[in-house]
Design a protein around this ligand. Structure first.
Ligand code: DGT
Ligand code: MG
Ligand code: MG
Ligand code: MG
Ligand code: MG
Length: 281
């Protein structure tokens, strides 16, 4: 194609390549979902339909982007992890973030009528923001995932107690807030149990643990192998043959994507599913 005198504007484009050989986490979050949840009368503190809709959209994102190794969702947010050897879009941050955000948003709107058949969407339509963060080690990545799951636990215990005080205890929001100010987890459990006969342990796993999405293969015996160490010990990305990479990719595309509500803080989850960190299906 002939050069035009306008072509120099290309030079204004900035490179935004993410650091090589690091785990990329793209976290998306619903924009103004406090208002959005009110508009569509989401149940408080958790609306199962809304959470399952998030999971359905996340599952579709993973199916379209086989480079995503694991996803984790709570409330109006989802984190998607790209393996440290990932080379999708030459690791350009803007391409990765915008592709994940727009694919997720598209599917969120697409699946809306399945989960909210009686309440059609109307503008302003749901939208999501996104950011990418690079984590240099498996430990950093797992700490990130643990951070989100701890957040899920703290928020859910607080919200469950807060709304029990209001919905079952007849308190107003200010009184409920004052009752909970400075309480520890054990005290919240106690309030739930002694006042409302609610055993927090029996609350649904999706609410207590959030949702983990990954490709399912055969589980490995617990404790037989520490993949994190193997992955960590690789200083450079392994140069794999093109045919091997292509065959791995095909396996990933074919694999069943599952949504579960498991503890991702302890080693067991990762030890039993070595393919998540090793990227070897
Ligand atoms: P942002 O992210 O800065 O644009 O603002 P928000 O309003 O999205 O705030 P954020 O993301 O920190 O918090 C998520 C909000 O979404 C929070 O106010 C509660 C609401 N939300 C999420 N899931 C549910 C649900 O299942 N039920 C209800 N009632 N609200 C929910
Ligand atoms: Mg936010
Ligand atoms: Mg939000
Ligand atoms: Mg949020
Ligand atoms: Mg184009």
């Amino acid at each position: 194609m002939a050069n035009s005198k306008f072509e120099y504007v290309r030079q204004f484009e900035q490179l935004d390549t993410l650091l090589p050989n690091t785990w990329i986490v793209v976290r998306i979050d619903g924009r103004g979902f406090t208002k959005f949840a009110n508009k569509y009368a989401f149940e408080k503190p958790n609306d199962k339909r809304a959470l399952e809709l998030m999971n359905a959209a996340a599952k579709a994102v993973m199916a379209e982007l086989p480079d995503i190794t694991i996803g984790y969702g709570i409330s109006d947010e989802y984190s998607f992890v790209l393996h440290k050897t990932c080379t999708l879009f030459e690791r350009r941050a803007s391409k990765l973030i915008t592709t994940i955000v727009s694919t997720f948003t598209g599917y969120y709107i697409h699946f809306w009528p399945t989960y909210f058949p009686d309440t059609p969407l109307s503008p302003p339509l749901p939208s999501f923001d996104g950011r990418a963060v690079c984590y240099p080690s498996v430990q950093n990545l797992r700490d990130y995932m643990s951070w989100r799951q701890v957040d899920c636990h703290i928020n859910n215990l607080y919200n469950t107690t807060f709304w029990a005080l209001i919905q079952l205890g007849g308190l107003d929001a200010r009184e409920a807030e004052q009752t909970l100010a400075g309480t520890l987890a054990a005290e919240k459990n106690e309030i739930l149990f002694s006042r409302f006969k609610i055993n927090y342990n029996n609350e649904p796993e999706m609410l207590k643990k959030g949702s983990v999405i990954f490709r399912g293969y055969e589980l490995v015996e617990p404790g037989s192998h520490n993949v994190a160490e193997d992955v960590e010990n690789i200083a450079e990305p392994i140069q794999q043959s093109k045919t091997q990479l292509e065959s791995d990719r095909k396996k990933r595309v074919k694999a069943q994507i599952t949504v579960e509500h498991l503890d991702i803080i302890k080693d067991e989850f990762w030890d039993r599913r070595p393919w998540i960190l090793s990227n070897k299906p």
